[in-house]
Structures are given as C-alpha cells and as structure tokens.
Design a protein around this ligand. Sequence first.
Ligand code: ZN
Length: 413
Amino acid sequence: MKSWPQVYIPPIDGSFDFPQLRLFNTASGSIEELPRKNLYQMYVCGITPYDATHLGHAATYITFDLINRFLRASGARVDFVQNITDIDDPLFERAKRDKVDWSELATSQIELFRGDMVDLHIIPPKDYIGVLEAIPMIVDSISKIRESAPTYSVDSDLYFDVHSDSKFGKRSHLSKEEMLEIFAQRGGDPARVGKRDPLDALLWLNQRDDEPGWDSPFGKGRPGWHIECSAIAMHYLDQDVDKQYSIDIQGGGSDLIFPHHEMSASQSKAMSGKEFARSYVHTGMIGLDGEKMSKSKGNLLFVSKMVNEGVSPMAIRLALISQHYSHDRMWTQSLLDDAVVLLEKLTIALSREEVAPTKPVISKIIAALSNNLDTSGALDLLSKWSDKTLEGSIGGEAGELSRAIDALLGIAI
Ligand code: ZN
C-alpha cells in the first residue's frame, strides 16, 4: 500500500545532548530507558478503514510520531511499519449497512487517512501494509506457527493455543475473568463451543457466505485480526538485528493492550522463540466533553471534517499533546482554543528579530520529551519563552528554535 508523502524534518544542531528516551512499558508496568541503538524498529497498529481519522486515532499516531522524531533527532535510524486492517468484521458490517462495496469503502477511507496524516505532520511509515496485500505472508506465518505451537480446528476455523506461550497474559496484567470479559467486547469469541480454551486466538476463519475468501493450505477464508500484525511486523522489520526481541516498540491505543497486543505477541513468539517487543507503549483514550468518544455514541470528531471547517491541523496537534499521551483525556473546545492562543503567541514571538535565549529552552524541551514524552512540560517551556521574548528578552536565534519545534514536536510555524 502506498504510504503518505514524506514530511520535511528540519535538522537540529548537533551540539544538543539527547538523554536516552524513557517510556512507560505496559508489559513491565514501569518507565524504562530504551538502550542506545543505531536502529530502532517500531510497529504501530493502524486503522480499520471504515471511518476516517477521529481524534483518538490522531492522538495515537501523533504520540508514536513524537517517539519517531525524538529518536531520529538523537541520531538514530527508526524503521517504522504500520498496517491497515482492510479485511475485518467492522469494515464488512459498515459496507453492508451503507450498501457499498467493502473494498471501495476501504480505499476511500485510506485515502482520507493519508491526507489527515499529512495534515498532522506524521512521518510516514517505511512500509504501510494492508492485510489484503499481506495474505501470502500471513499464510506463511500461520504455517510456521503450526510447526512450533499447538493449533486446532473448530468447524474448519483454525485456532492458536494461547497458553502455549508461558508469558500469555503477563504483558497486559489482567485476571482471567477480566480477559474473558474484554475479549468478548473486542471482537473475541470466548463462548464459542468447541474451543479448547475460551481465550484461544483465531488464526484463520473459513469463508462465510457474503464474505470474501482467499486460498490457503487451511482452506479458503481470511486471517484473524491478531496474526495479521504478527506477520506484517515480522516480515517488514529485520528479525536478525536483536537476539532477544523481534522489534523495539509495539504501539497503539490502550484498547489494544488486550486482546490484540497480547495475542499478537504470543503468536510472534511462537514463530521466533523471542519476545515480540522490547517495549509495549499505549496511548490513552480521547473523550469528548466528559463522555467517552465512540462510534456507538455517534460523538466521534473527525480530523478531516474539523480541517474542512477551518481548524488548523497544527492547533489540533498542539491541543492533543498538551496533556500526557498515556492518560485518558477529554477533548473540549477550550483545549483547542488554548492551543490556538499558544500557537499565535509562539508565531508572534518567533517572528521577532530579537528573541529570548533559545539554546537553554531547546535543551529543556529535549529533556522533557526524553522523560516519557512530557509534552505538556515542553509546551510550558515554549509558552514561558514566548512571554520572555515578548517582554523584550534577547540573545537567542528564532530559526534554531523554530527548527527544533518542528523536528521534535512536529509543529511547523
Ligand atoms: Zn495490530
């Protein structure tokens, strides 16, 4: 699948010291320092293209973009891969409801998503891969799993024994009862008769009436959700660079902690023998005016619609990073208004010929971001720097700060 156009990233003066990035790892339950490496491999779960980018998606992809930007600015290479779940129940259901062709619906929403990512200044993945194009590698991955771990069929549908991974459940820290409940809510089938364990993961679904199917050694059908990400991540990211982990960062919203990331990790481990990710990083959910934002409530705010109505994508980005990425947080008009005010103040300050010292503020922004992406701390520093500049403080170089804000925060002024 075509990725979106490259985003320009201005260079940062090499004299700045970059502390190692520290991130909260859901699996360990603590903030951990990433080891210093020349190459980081990051996989971020993509959208199911039945709806365009809502603010929750935007917040998630901006967060991993900040990680990408920080690591690159520190001198490392980041190989970033993202999928598109373009074969999935919600997509088929929406297409049926709206009486449109599911692949045409997916194509139109992916196009919209690409445009939103460009508007929000998200660095594109090196590989942006749809399930549709990944079927051969997913089939290969399932065959590999079948050689090394127990799998079984229920009415021609193929399942993976999740407990063959001794670490199953230890990344998400949930009790069996909690796992069963969440699994049922998020597309799982714990009540299906014939499963050896209610939590076992679907690898391959035999073709159903009115649904597309692809040939495979396990019959004509389509892949389960979790295997798609295991297969795409392990195919497009180098599996030979690290003895202990398949990739460095597995990312997504906190609604993917279980079952998706847990099951993907167990399946990947069955293939490689290695733990899937060094760090499992999750972003909080975005609510609207005190309520959970969800498709069932019909209160989703879409980036493309907001931009069409005249909201600046940079203000959306700034508003979404004004609170910590890991917290569930509310979107309100005042959050956006505050972002617009800060953006204007910063633009006025940066356009002055004489500005307050810039090197110290850049160093402090780098330090704040290295601390589990303290973006609100970084924005505070920028607000104070703008105030000082507008009060007449001098000694800095506006271009240097402007480039740093763009390179590190993805805010182009
Ligand atoms: Zn995924």
